[in-house]
Design a protein around this ligand. Sequence first.
Ligand SMILES: Nc1ncnc2c1ncn2[C@@H]1O[C@H](COP(=O)(O)OP(=O)(O)OP(=O)(O)O)[C@@H](O)[C@H]1O
Length: 250
Amino acid sequence: MAIIETTKLNLFYGKKQALYNVSLQFPQKQVISLIGPSGCGKSTFLRTLNRMNDLIPNVRTEGSIQVKELDVMSARTDMVDLRQRVGMVFQQPNPFPFSIYDNVAYGPRLHGMTNKWELDQIVQESLMKASLWEEVSDRMHTSALGLSGGQQQRLCIARVLAVKPEIILMDEPTAALDPISTAKIEDLIVELKEKYTILIVTHNMQQASRISDRTAFFLNGRVVEYADTKTIFLNPVEKETQDYISGRFG
Ligand SMILES: Nc1ncnc2c1ncn2[C@@H]1O[C@H](COP(=O)(O)OP(=O)(O)OP(=O)(O)O)[C@@H](O)[C@H]1O
């Protein structure tokens, strides 16, 4: 069953159209890669799913997005609720300038959790799920800004996990990281799909083929092909997909 379904999604930045009739379905508890050359609309598409584009002036969106029963584009949709269910991790790790503990506790506190015992539990659990607990358990009250880039990115993932999302959107989450930190995040993504649905924008073809179950290839704001990852990389139907994955453009 699809956890996310977009239907005929069009998006305009002012007069410029960036997405054309994007209709995609994403099954639960899978990793889905969004690939395509720079400027083809991958990040724009990702941001429509939790309405992050609303923060950009002059954006207009048409079509529909369902996250299970939730009509994402409805004016009645509660943004705090939506972004709790559909969390996001960005290219540059962006921890708050607070302690490690306060970064992870931020979301639960925002949702009204005040009990210290409960907060301690959720912070520890989230850091464990993000494979960071062992590295930080003895310095929870020191600044998150003292962590390495890879640790900061896992902290940002822990921060998302702490509010118990169903879906995690990741926009090039390893682009700013070294190969070892990248491998840790990739392992983590594969572990997390046991419980979460993960959409990842990536320019790294090996990464997409290593970690994702399904892959969507975008070009000029359109989805050219969407299939299981093996098919996209080994046996694509469309010539444009073949050209892109074999490095002939992009
Ligand atoms: N805030 C914005 N205002 C106006 N146009 C934008 C904005 N953000 C993106 N665009 C345009 O929309 C199109 C799609 O951009 P988008 O960033 O979604 O592509 P992308 O595939 O994620 O690219 P990249 O891989 O380089 O991050 C591009 O033509 C881009 O210039």
